[in-house]
Design a protein around this ligand. Structure first.
Ligand SMILES: [Fe+2]
Ligand SMILES: [Fe+2]
Length: 361
């Protein structure tokens, strides 16, 4: 026996058997141990609660298959390989999440341990959440001017990639076929949340123009044809972003007769502020900054699998991005009047705690 266990048993004043039993009894997960003939050898109190059977009636009996479909236990006994995290619908309608771990002695599979929890409620809530998100997406899609725009957005892919700083290349790790559409919907979600938080009082912001700018901003985008696994230099594979911005602005102006402010916002959504033409109206700067922010946060939602929480006061936007990418993880502030963006730290700040979490797909 390992020394750590020796010490633990000594400290607790318990024998090996007693300690194992105490652990089995303390677990929330149901545990059923079967031998290779599927005779039940152990059945803990959580298993009693979840199955509705008593241990003393079950131990020594053959295990019954209560899952709707055939159980992976047979494969585990045959191969000696564990199988984890199997969502298992039961005949009675519940869903259990089950792990199957083989018991191996001297190289031979002598049985298996099954641990399980009831995840029926979690899965029901996840389904509801997804359905609610679909409804929300449909609601935002209603703002699209016509099916031509919808079709174009839905057929423009967005790519997920990892950047290699040594070679300055990216490797394509995923393709979102309707990425252009998802990107617009997610940007509208971010704007809607900011608008709700600001209660319409964001200074210098005309919400309807921003909505139109979001819808049109990437409409002229042309994406290369790439496959998962491709390694490319992004400067060669993708056309410079400013080009699609110009194209999108021309489309918004010529075919949809958009307001000049909307056209300007779209045209310059990839410009740095020092690159803006001298006649760019300074009054439009807060809107341009907000458009870029919605654009950026939507990229996080659409391509990086992030979640974000946003808040505003009269002139500042606060957001927290939770992401697997360390470069973006954390809390940030944008001053809409000066354009200054400040990193506030890796942790979620008090003002954003408990805020509505926006998720993408
Ligand atoms: Fe763009
Ligand atoms: Fe964009």
């Amino acid at each position: 026996m390992a020394r750590a266990e020796d010490n633990l048993q000594h400290a607790m004043g318990m024998g090996n058997e007693d300690l194992s039993r105490a652990i089995l009894h303390s677990l929330r997960e149901g545990i059923i141990v079967v031998d290779k003939n599927l005779i039940i050898r152990e059945f803990n109190p959580a298993a009693e609660r979840l199955t509705g059977h008593r241990a003393r009636d079950r131990i020594g009996q053959k295990a019954e298959v209560i899952s709707r479909d055939s159980s992976p236990i047979f494969r585990v006994l045959e191969t000696g390989e564990p199988i984890y995290n199997v969502d298992t619908p039961l005949k009675d309608g519940r869903i259990w999440n089950v792990n199957f771990v083989p018991l191996v002695m001297e190289g031979e599979v002598v049985g298996a341990i099954q641990t399980f929890t009831d995840v029926t409620e979690e899965r029901r809530m996840e389904r509801q959440l997804l359905a609610a998100r679909d409804e929300l997406d449909d609601a935002f899609a209603l703002t699209l001017p016509n099916t031509k725009v919808e079709v174009k957005l839905k057929s423009t892919p967005e790519f997920q990639d990892v950047f290699d700083p040594a070679t300055h290349t990216i490797r394509i790790t995923g393709i979102i076929e309707d990425g252009g559409y998802r990107h617009v919907i997610n940007a509208l979600k971010v704007l809607a949340d900011l608008h709700r938080k600001a209660q319409g009082h964001l200074l210098g912001i005309e919400k309807d123009h921003l909505v139109r700018a979001i819808i049109f901003h990437d409409l002229g985008k042309v994406q290369p044809q790439l496959k998962v696994g491709d390694v490319v230099d992004p400067r060669e594979a993708f056309e410079p972003s400013k080009l699609h911005a110009y194209r999108s602005a021309d489309i918004a102006e010529a075919f949809y007769g958009e307001h000049p402010h909307v056209v300007q916002l779209v045209r310059y959504h990839h410009h740095q502020e020092h690159e803006l033409p001298p006649d760019f109206p300074p009054a439009l700067l807060p809107m341009l900054r907000l458009l870029k922010l919605c654009d950026g946060l939507s990229a996080a939602l659409t391509r990086r699998g992030s979640t974000v929480i946003v808040d505003v006061d009269a002139t500042r936007v606060y957001w927290y991005e939770d992401t697997p990418h360390p470069r973006y993880q954390g809390a940030w502030t944008l001053n809409l009047f000066t354009g200054a963006i400040t990193f506030e730290g890796k942790e979620i700040p008090a003002r954003l705690k408990g805020g509505r979490v926006i998720g993408g797909r």
